[in-house]
Design a protein around this ligand. Structure first.
Ligand SMILES: [Zn+2]
Length: 307
């Protein structure tokens, strides 16, 4: 894995590590899909490196195992790897439950040096948050805890105040372009996605995985920008919408919103469409959360925008 960006952020983290505190509690905060988890894994590697060199010397046995752990997290190919026994990564399914935090607490009690990363920490439910808070009040020695989040307001203020906050900046267009170019070869698409990315890899990553998402977003934009009503168009679109995952729908709406925004800036569409779209997409997302059929929800949005 090649990490692009966040050079200054890494320097700050390294300064903290140079202080050799008995324990570390970090909160990495910044937009989704910009590399917080990747930096967290590197920070864990640095903390556990036998030579205490940079973000890991890359040669000691701890660094080699940390590298296997990183590959295990990022590789599509799932195979037996010699992962680091002293790095624990906690990820939410729908939420982070107390049983997951109990495992963290137990792991942190071990005498040896160890690192725990809790990604999307804002997904901890109340019980889980309270359990973690107790550990943060008296962090065990030889331990590093890293929470990552895109929304620290959703965390308990008492958790936030007990962590060293490391703020991650969005990726620059140049960095975004470099990362996308590693994954996609279509130059025109790389250029378009760089513009739509808006500092984060969420949209480019999703499109790299499933290129139709971009086409669907363009179709939705076309339907919305046409002056006249196009019922057959929306019915066909709604059927496609019905077959998608919620996360994919979110990406389509994100892309559509960005296209409308760019077109509004250029003067190609009525500026009112941008404002109305933002409002109606919120209504649509709420409906989906409540379990309204995707097909009906998107038709609802279309007709509301067309009325
Ligand atoms: Zn090392």
């Amino acid at each position: 894995m090649k990490l692009i960006g966040h050079e200054n952020t890494k320097k700050i983290i390294r300064r903290f590590l140079d202080r050799n505190y008995p324990s570390y509690s970090f909160l990495f905060e910044g937009k989704d899909c910009i590399g917080k988890k990747a930096v967290a894994l590197l920070t864990a590697r640095a903390y556990l490196c036998e030579k205490q060199y940079g973000f890991g010397c890359g040669e000691c046995s701890s660094c080699r195992q940390a590298q296997e752990t990183i590959e295990d997290v990022y590789s599509e190919e799932k195979k037996e790897r010699n992962v680091h026994p002293d790095i624990m990564l906690v990820s939410p399914e729908k939420e982070i439950k107390i049983s997951q935090i109990r495992q963290v607490v137990q792991f942190l009690r071990l005498k040896k040096k160890k690192a725990v990363i809790i990604e999307k920490a804002e997904k901890m439910n109340t019980e889980a948050s309270n359990a973690l808070l107790k550990t943060l009040e008296e962090p065990p020695e030889n331990s590093m805890l890293i929470l990552t989040t895109s929304d620290q307001k959703k965390l308990l203020p008492t958790i936030v105040s007990r962590c060293k906050k490391i703020r991650f900046s969005p990726l620059s267009p140049e960095e975004i372009k470099q990362i996308i170019s590693l994954r996609l070869s279509d130059e025109k698409l790389v250029k378009t996605l760089t513009v739509l990315a808006d500092g984060s890899m969420c949209i480019p990553d999703a499109v790299a995985k499933k290129s139709q998402l971009f086409k669907y977003a363009k179709d939705l934009y076309t339907l919305l920008s046409l002056r006249e009503l196009h019922p057959e168009g929306i019915i066909t679109f709604a059927q496609i919408f019905d077959s998608l995952e919620l996360e994919e729908i979110r990406i389509i709406l994100d892309i559509t919103e960005k296209i409308i925004y760019k077109k509004t800036l250029k003067g190609d569409v009525d500026p009112q469409l941008y404002e109305d779209f933002i409002k109606e997409r919120k209504t649509l997302e709420k409906a989906l959360e409540k379990g309204v059929k995707k097909k009906l929800a998107v038709e609802g949005m279309y007709f509301a925008l067309k009325s």
